[in-house]
Design a protein around this ligand. Sequence first.
Ligand SMILES: Nc1nc(=O)c2c([nH]1)NC[C@@H]1CN(c3ccc(C(=O)N[C@@H](CCC(=O)O)C(=O)O)cc3)C=[N+]21
Length: 299
Amino acid sequence: MSGAQIIDGKQVAQQVRGRVAEEVAALKRDHGVTPGLTVVLVGENPASQVYVRNKSRQTEAAGMVSTMHKLPAETSEADLLALVADLNEDPSVHGILVQLPLPEQIDETRVIEAISPAKDVDGFHPENVGRVATGAGGIAPCTPLGCVILAKTVQPDLTGMEAVIVGRSNIVGKPLAQLLLKENCTVTIAHSRTRDLPEVTRRADLLLAAVGRAEMVRGDWVKPGATVIDVGINRLEPQPGEEKGRLVGDVAFEEAREVASAITPVPGGVGPMTIACLLANTVNAARAINGLEPVAIGA
Ligand SMILES: Nc1nc(=O)c2c([nH]1)NC[C@@H]1CN(c3ccc(C(=O)N[C@@H](CCC(=O)O)C(=O)O)cc3)C=[N+]21
């Protein structure tokens, strides 16, 4: 049974961006507000530069204003905090994204906590983490939002599903658990110290891998018929004849697709959804700052 449906994240992301563009146009027309997203990049990480360029292009394509601040790798924490304070006060900026990881002289937690929660379109500020956890509004992180939207393209109602998340990061695993609870899943967060991990993952109707270890989840870790969402983006060592190593997820795709009923590819799965959801969060941040209710931008 090599029959798993491949969930096309690129296509779903394009739909989400189309919805965002409509909402941007409506916000301009009805309220004279053009949402603005600012990305702050500290240092020269080449992979980061690629994401940042994609983000800017897609932000502008949706009709929003994109600005970028590139700071040298030696930037002090005080200088970065001063920039964040300026952006917090700038009325043309509705979303602030400080690209992580930051150089080691800068305390990431301090920077995240300095971003105005209203403009924290990553959803990393503790106020947003708390609001999402309690259901009191707040901005939810982009990658978990993207995962839920992709899962719902297969199964519009996730109620009662056994969801197993592998990975307990603040950026993906933990907030994903909150969003899946809100969708009425039974949620397990497994991690590197979980006893008999394959046995735990084999219980999952919905298996979400976010550990950052290339192809760790094997085919026999997957329950037959499960939906598999692969959050990992790992670059393998270049093989002879290859210029760059291949990108692979946290799931051994060729094995898992034989067992699952639906699976996301890497690339072209969760990655494009992360950026689409960032744009959606930016529109809703601009709406909230202007006293408007959020709009639903799902699949
Ligand atoms: N404050 C902050 N927020 C982030 O959201 C954030 C961050 N820092 N630091 C870096 C990670 C990484 N990230 C990605 C987003 C999109 C793709 C993406 O679109 N990937 C494509 C293309 C991959 C490729 O070809 O290189 C795909 O998976 O198909 C990947 C990675 C956001 N991050």
